[in-house]
Design a protein around this ligand. Structure first.
Ligand code: PMP
Length: 395
């Protein structure tokens, strides 16, 4: 038999399958609402102005690429910590990682080493499809907590609080910092203190995952829940992805931060993180990190980056409102009003699996079977088609 013949091939998750179906669709008017990237008005992933300038400086500077430290750029990590937790606050132990995914993977492994893999990791139902496999690979048992109301389109505060309160002490709770993937449904600012209080009172560990900072209510507002968890003193890990906020998906730039450590604990964590990096990939990629480091270290570039991110955020909000009003004009009334109240790149549309299947089969519109759509993939050229088709499959 083949050497690996006894291994079952894991099924690609629904996001990958939707993308495969889109790629294979020959129809010219096809629309991909299944992806997880921000697209501009021309349907392209933007090269942000500040990124372009930072790249120019790297090339003009003739910068070489020697091996760096296993934990990556210390300057980058300090900039990112200040950007999220505020200037002048204590710098957390941190590691530059392979995007947000790498931060989650490293954090999961460090946690399993520290508390043993018998602990429960609790994920929102639903969550990003990669969360469960990442924590399962580190050996953890996965459990869900309620997150959505019965309609599936708004936050279930009481359900989430009750499910968190029922977890064994020492469980790990994965929290989306905002712009929840796949739903776009976030706790309101006034819900966060109650969530944090449950974590504290029940001895739970927070693993806050941020992949969409700047796309919700604006950079500083989007960081507020992260700071709230940190300030509460709850044991915390924090994973940050630069993929969306800098439009640097392929560069694999991210960071794991672990606040609240005294010097001895911090040295221990850093040593474990470095050992993990050494065996997995040795050192994290330099180019994306250098780009972000240049942007954040230059006042004018940083301001321009934030301004462009603000424009991207505003464009998504405009698209949400345009979609809601076009759907209303197509006879749907306020049935899709929740799309205007959700945040970030994605929305839980509330479409059924059958309706999503019809969108693909009859209209060449590819969404995730659970009803997730990428709002940031809409533009003037496809919004009318998407609205008409959605209204039709809902009739
Ligand atoms: N967390 C969430 C919630 C995400 O949606 C994503 C990306 N889709 C990530 C983490 C990982 O981001 P990255 O591409 O930087 O690994």
């Amino acid at each position: 038999a083949h050497l690996f013949g006894t291994l079952d091939a894991p099924e690609p998750d629904e996001i990958l399958r939707s993308n495969q179906a889109f790629a294979a669709d020959p129809r010219a008017h096809k629309v991909n609402l299944g992806i997880g990237m921000y697209y501009d008005a021309n349907g392209r992933v933007p090269l942000m102005r500040a990124v372009s300038e930072a790249q120019r400086r790297i090339v003009d500077g003739g910068v070489p690429w020697p091996y760096g430290p296993a934990l990556g750029s210390e300057t980058l990590r300090a900039h990112l910590a200040a950007l999220v937790f505020g200037e002048g606050t204590p710098v957390p132990v941190s590691a530059q990682t392979l995007g947000g995914t790498g931060a989650l993977g490293m954090g999961a492994t460090l946690l399993a080493e520290a508390i043993g893999p018998d602990a429960v990791v609790a994920l929102s139902t639903p969550s990003w499809p990669n969360h469960a496999p990442i924590f399962a690979r580190a050996g953890f048992t996965i459990r869900g907590y309620r997150y959505l109301d019965d309609a599936g389109t708004a936050f279930d505060r009481e359900g989430m609080l009750a499910d968190l309160a029922a977890l064994p002490r020492g469980s790990v709770v994965v929290l989306h910092a905002g712009c929840h993937n796949p739903t776009g449904v976030d706790p309101a600012p006034e819900d966060w203190p109650a969530i944090v209080e449950i974590l504290r009172a029940h001895g739970l560990i927070a693993f806050v995952d941020a992949a969409y900072l700047g796309f919700g209510a604006g950079w500083s507002q989007d960081c507020a829940p992260i700071r709230l968890v940190r300030d509460s003193g709850v044991a915390m890990l924090f994973s940050l992805s630069c993929s969306k906020s800098f439009s640097l998906y392929g560069e694999r730039t991210g960071c794991l931060m672990i606040p609240h450590q005294d010097d001895a604990a911090a040295r221990g964590i850093a040593a474990h993180a470095a050992a993990y990096a050494r065996t997995q990939y040795s050192i994290p990629p330099g180019h994306g990190a250098r780009i972000v480091e240049i942007i954040l270290g230059d006042e004018a570039l940083r301001a321009d980056w934030l301004a462009e991110l603000e424009t991207m955020r505003g464009r998504i909000i405009d698209l949400r409102h345009a979609l809601v009003s076009t759907l209303a004009a197509e006879g749907m009334g306020d049935r899709m009003g929740h799309l205007g109240r959700q945040h970030g790149l994605f929305s839980q549309s509330g479409l059924t699996r059958a309706q999503v299947a019809r969108l693909a089969a009859e209209h060449a519109i590819h969404a995730i079977p659970d009803g997730r759509i990428c709002i940031a993939a809409l533009n003037e050229g496809n919004l009318g088609h998407v609205a008409r088709a959605t209204a039709e499959v809902c009739r």
